[in-house]
Design a protein around this ligand. Structure first.
Ligand code: ZN
Length: 364
């Protein structure tokens, strides 16, 4: 047996390889920073080493943190392997053909894939008329009874959550009864509902319908403080600030930043997401999104919490080099995360993975 490796007993007769290693620093949700420290990686994830574990076999000069998640992507429109090379351990696809996504979720070498399946929208509603929407990526829902079967179809195809569209300026919209039927059916399956919200009054409508998560920080209008505070108690918002202009931020980004800063200040849960597939975003962790989140008032620890919205048991993140100070500006955190790599247990046994492609480069 090589140093640092031991057979640890798994459940039900399975055995998992346990790999001991040490790092300069570790960051965990809830626990914050620690280190230098000895850790153990198993198939179930990374945890602090105990006396019963194998001694550390190698030292990683840098920081280990949970897998980073982009909670808003469209895998049909990007190279999923490039997202993993760019430091993302997991992605949430918010609108695509569920059968294609189920296949991607089984493909090795990609980020962990969770998905909504098809966009649920009104007949002829957004984005059914968009050229970028792939075949099977939109379900046109013509009333409460079809809503039930549309939700059932996504869940049967492996959806972890549902995606609804509230965008009346771009075509027909779901009526309240149909929207309510989607939410009720999703709840019955234990699946949260994520909404695309665009147009005046739609953020309030999503809140009153008890949508769980918004796919974009609201960017149409400045929301009143009392509504923002109520939403902060009830909902999560995915950021997607960088899509408003990319290199050249637009008025929509100003509106979204204004809403998001008040949402965060009111204690709302901000989730990192970029809408990968929508315009020239860097493939992987997006430094511009992190800087924009910093402008919304998120500190270094808040950025890491937003980036680790989903537990990813099968992999962890390694960032070589010295960690940023707790009060480092967002740009410093973004620059540090530019060298993040996704590690699995087998990576920790073998040689270190090559560094990722530099960030900040637009995806072709
Ligand atoms: Zn999207």
């Amino acid at each position: 047996m090589t140093p640092g490796r031991a057979a640890a007993s798994g459940g039900a007769g399975r055995s998992a390889s346990a790999v001991g290693f040490s790092v300069d620093a570790r960051w965990e949700r809830g626990a914050g920073w620690s280190g230098p420290t000895a850790l153990v990686a198993t198939e179930r994830g990374v945890r602090p080493a105990t006396g019963a574990d194998p001694a550390p076999g190698r030292h990683l000069p840098g920081t280990v943190l949970p897998g980073l998640t982009d909670a808003h992507v469209h895998l049909a429109l990007v190279d999923p392997a490039a997202l993993r090379r760019g430091g993302l351990a997991a992605v949430d696809d918010l609108g695509g053909n569920p059968d294609v996504l189920a296949e991607l979720a089984r493909t090795p070498g990609l980020p962990v894939v969770r998905y909504a399946g098809a966009f649920l929208t009104a007949p002829g509603g957004y984005p059914s008329d968009r050229s970028w929407a792939p075949c099977g990526a939109v379900e046109e829902v013509a009333g409460p009874a079809p809503a039930v079967s549309a939700v059932d179809r996504q869940v049967a195809a492996g959806a972890s959550f549902l995606k609804v569209v509230l965008h009346p300026g771009a075509g027909p919209e779901l009526d309240d009864e149909t929207l309510g039927a989607i939410l009720t059916r999703a709840r019955a399956h234990g699946r949260p509902v994520v909404a695309h919200v665009e147009g005046e009054g739609q953020a309030r409508r999503a809140h009153e319908a008890r949508v769980d998560r918004l796919a974009h920080a609201p960017f149409t209008e400045r929301l009143p403080d009392d509504l923002v505070a109520a939403m902060a108690r009830a909902q999560q918002w995915i950021s997607t600030l960088d899509i408003h202009g990319w290199e050249s931020p637009t008025r929509e980004q100003d509106v979204a930043l204004d809403n998001l800063s008040r949402f965060a200040a009111a204690g709302g849960t901000v989730v990192y997401g970029t809408d990968q597939g929508n315009g020239p975003l860097p493939a992987g962790v997006d430094p511009r999104e992190l800087c924009a989140l910093g402008a919304a008032g998120l500190a270094a620890d808040d950025l890491l919490r937003a980036l680790t919205s989903t537990p990813v048991a099968t992999s962890t993140t390694y960032v070589p080099g010295p960690r940023p100070d707790p009060d480092a500006p967002p740009a410093a955190v973004a620059a540090w995360l530019a060298s993040a790599v996704v590690l699995t247990t087998s990576d920790l046994v073998g040689s270190p993975p090559p560094p990722p492609e530099p960030l900040g480069k637009a995806h072709p």
